[in-house]
Design a protein around this ligand. Sequence first.
Ligand SMILES: [Zn+2]
Length: 125
Amino acid sequence: MPIQNPNNHCDGHIIHCMDYRLPKYLYPWVVQRFGYDNFDTTAIAGCTLDYEMLLKHVQLAVRVHTVDVICIVNHEDCRAYGEAGTYERHQHDLKETREKLLALFPHLQIETYYLHLDGTFEKVL
Ligand SMILES: [Zn+2]
């Protein structure tokens, strides 16, 4: 199979929870957004719940694939968060994560979403 992207660049990096209920919504959405062969994916239990792990993946994606856009997706009923995972807590953590990443990578476009389990992506600003 030929190398389709010899520059080792992709536009997007989607970071989301490991939850089995998400891929049926996440992958059609991200493929439509960036196209096949044009995004990195990272699954972390709780997503923003583990900022250090999330940061490691962002650093790597920036270094090896020169990504431009990071999409961070938390979701409804996240079992990694458990009882602490209220709607307000997810909003807070998404905003805080975005601010911390922008301080380190001001050139990146960082988008944050709260995914409802009916498949609705709510943008969090
Ligand atoms: Zn989760």
